[in-house]
Design a protein around this ligand. Structure first.
Ligand code: AMP
Ligand code: GLY
Length: 425
């Protein structure tokens, strides 16, 4: 088989981990990352191309003889990059625009699940014209109340509200443009109580799929899951409660109906599927679909994947996973995210990052970092570094990451000290 020139789109910790994994493959001829970050530059060549500029992406493909484009983040997928590039004869690993609506429209995702009897929270979608129906639906539910902007809202479009009148008021504020066009439709949901996990699947768009290691992320900024929601403060894999019994239910009730439903509806999908699940008394239900890998989950999933990711992506993008394996290590992985002080609200940038960035016991994936004019690594985002470690037990893996973090410094650096604690109890 021919080795591949690969172009990976994105610039976060997720893309740094995917770049690391792709570059480790003997099948990877050359890796390009657009736009990438200082971490991805150590695994390939960063290109100054914006993922949303599809013409620039196409030029980068032609100029560098790229064989396959791997899309890291959701915006280009929801924007139709698969369709645009595929029409020009370029191979893309990712869902088509129509299929990417599973993430791009929460109403579409809920209706898809209803059509295929996939377990999820009861819901009603409302617009400005049907807000009164929304009031009645809210009154029929128990508190707390879940309100979601239908469209992409950079992870901020979900409100969980304890008071009925406040929820009814908030639904109007959302419909009036609180999240811009994304909340022109609002999905009202039944609140589900349980512990969440993230399940990742690679599918070839036919009947082939592989389940990747299960992970759990930590979304709140504060210890004990308190404070504001973030992109994710850490992750662990495996997830103790996602045992064989639970995963058998996930596969039978959620993964197979999803894969079969996509095919039956003609929704072309050759890419990663991210199932955000909640365990309600042992029964898995879908909280959300995403059409890409999770961040920071990828920073624990990729290190545990022992099979060749290039083989998997190539086969999936060709529409036939065949017998390409997706095996994983029995070791546990933990990642702890070092963030800028103030995140997820406003925070400074350009702070020098110093200390040991190549610790023997961990692997450091870059997220919001940049190289300044003097060649100094500096902070350039809220989530700055993902410090990943592997060990025979989750506790040891977590400990290793904290040991590594103690030797890294930047002004205002903060991280949660309780990653993994809830599942280790
Ligand atoms: P989403 O963007 O849909 O993943 O929602 C963000 C977060 O809100 C999820 O990770 C959950 O913690 C929470 N959430 C969303 N929907 C529900 C629900 N129906 N019941 C309980 N929590 C929810
Ligand atoms: N960690 C959750 C996400 O990537 O959406």
């Amino acid at each position: 088989m021919k080795n591949l020139n690969i172009l990976l789109l994105g610039s976060g910790g997720r893309e740094c981990a995917i770049a690391w994994k792709l570059a480790s493959s003997p099948r990877c001829e050359h890796l390009y990352i657009a736009p990438g970050n200082p971490g991805t530059a150590t695994y390939g060549t960063n290109l100054p191309v914006k993922p949303m500029d599809f013409e620039a992406v196409e030029r980068a493909v032609r100029d560098n003889n790229v064989d396959i484009v791997v899309v890291g983040n959701e915006d280009p997928l929801v924007g139709g990059i698969y369709d645009v590039l595929t029409a020009k004869g370029i191979t893309v690993f990712g869902p088509s625009r129509a299929a990417a609506a599973l993430e791009g429209s929460k109403d579409f995702a809920k209706e898809f699940m209803a059509r295929h009897s996939i377990p999820t929270a009861a819901h009603l979608t409302v617009t400005a014209d049907t807000v009164a129906e929304g009031d009645r639906f809210l009154a029929s539910l128990q508190a707390p109340y879940v309100l979601k902007a239908d469209g992409l809202a950079a992870g901020k479009g979900v409100l969980i509200i304890n008071d009925l009148e406040q929820a009814q008021k908030s639904s109007r504020e959302m419909l009036a443009g609180q999240f811009g066009a994304a909340s022109a439709r609002v999905v009202i949901e039944e609140f589900l109580s349980g512990i969440e996990c993230s399940v990742f699947v690679i599918t070839d768009g036919n009947s082939g799929y592989r389940i990747l290691p299960v992970a759990k992320d930590y979304k709140r900024v504060g210890e004990g899951d308190t404070g504001l929601n973030t992109g994710g403060m850490g992750a662990v894999s495996p997830v103790p409660f996602a045992d064989d019994t639970f995963m058998a239910k996930v596969e039978e009730r959620i993964i197979r109906p999803t894969i079969d439903g996509l095919r039956a509806e003609g929704l072309v999908y050759r890419g990663f599927i991210f199932l955000g699940l909640i365990n309600v008394g042992g029964e898995p239900k879908v909280i959300e679909y995403n059409v890409r890998m999770g961040d920071p989950e990828t920073e624990v999933v990729m290190p545990r994947l022992t099979s060749d990711l290039v083989d998997l992506i190539e086969a999936a993008a060709a529409g036939n996973l065949g017998d390409v394996p997706a095996q994983h290590s029995e070791q546990a992985a933990a990642t702890v995210i070092a963030v800028s002080g103030g995140y997820p609200e406003s925070y400074p940038k350009g702070k020098a990052i110093t200390g040991n960035l190549q610790p023997s016991q961990s692997h450091i994936f870059h997220a919001g970092t940049a190289m300044d004019a003097a060649g100094q690594l500096v902070t350039a985002g809220g989530r700055v570094l993902a410090v990943t470690s592997m060990a025979d037990t989750l506790q040891e893996a977590v400990n290793k990451s904290y040991t590594s973090l103690a030797e890294i410094h930047f002004d205002g650096m903060y991280y949660r000290r309780d990653i993994g604690k809830d599942v280790l109890k």
